[in-house]
Design a protein around this ligand. Sequence first.
Ligand code: ZN
Length: 322
Amino acid sequence: MKNNLEIVKCEICGRQSNKIIARGYDFEYGTLDSEFYYMLCKDCNHIYLKNRPDSSLINKIYPNTYYTVNVNSPLFLKGNIYRNKLKFDIKRIKQNIKKRKITHIADLGCGDCARLIELKKALNDDKKSFTGIDIRFNENIRNIAKANGIEIVEKNIEDFDFSHRKFDLILMSQLIEHVYNPAKLMKKLWECLNDEGIVLIDTPNWGSLDFKMFSKKFWGGYHMPRHFNIFSKESLTKLAVLSGFYVYKTGYLPSPGFWIISLRNLLRLKSSDYSKSFFEFLNFSFLPVVAFFSVFDLIAIQLKFKSSNQFIIAEKRKGNKF
Ligand SMILES: [Zn+2]
């Protein structure tokens, strides 16, 4: 079968860059055999996948062995590590919504709804509404969401019509790098936010130490060919401003996952299943490894270095227009 790849330009400025920063393959799942090229747009400080799979290949590049839905994947998040990550997320969200009037909350790409459920418990306010949107939910997640009073909407976020909905807080974690048209998505978010509403985005960041070590090929943040856009603080800020937002806050977050995936890519370990390799201790369930890279990144961030994960809080200020 011929791969359906589309050639694209920089999402932020619309220009084609001629600076190839990385080339490689789908090291993690081997879903397509093409070589992929990541380009650096120097004007925007932005990296993008030049030859990306078109929408006819979506089911192929997210196979049922994909780590988010595959309990046998070395990257499947479970147990205490997952609970601690959720706790860290909730603490961070709570800190950032203090003093704001937040009633309607949405999580785009909510996955198993665990973050929404924990947030609902933490905020403990019957007047607040919680909505999770994702491309697919299984029966188990539907039941859990229902039991916890979470509304779920099964839709591709890029096709979802937000025009009849209004939110005060939109969470979007590790999603914007996967979408075909982040600028269009940001404008939709702007439209469905109430005045002074905020969107809290987490997404990979390039320029960290692990990026520098693995940037030519194996860096886990590329997630070849599933991350179409790799933002820097500058390019993410530029996108938010061009979409009408006021950028309230930016920062970096620990990213143990990309250290682990980069090393796994280097060692040719797949993300779909465990092999017999000695190095399979490099996985998302082995606490010493996850803790080591988390602490490393936390120290780096304290010392004002970048990590491979960033956040932005973008606010819809009254009267601002895009
Ligand atoms: Zn550009």
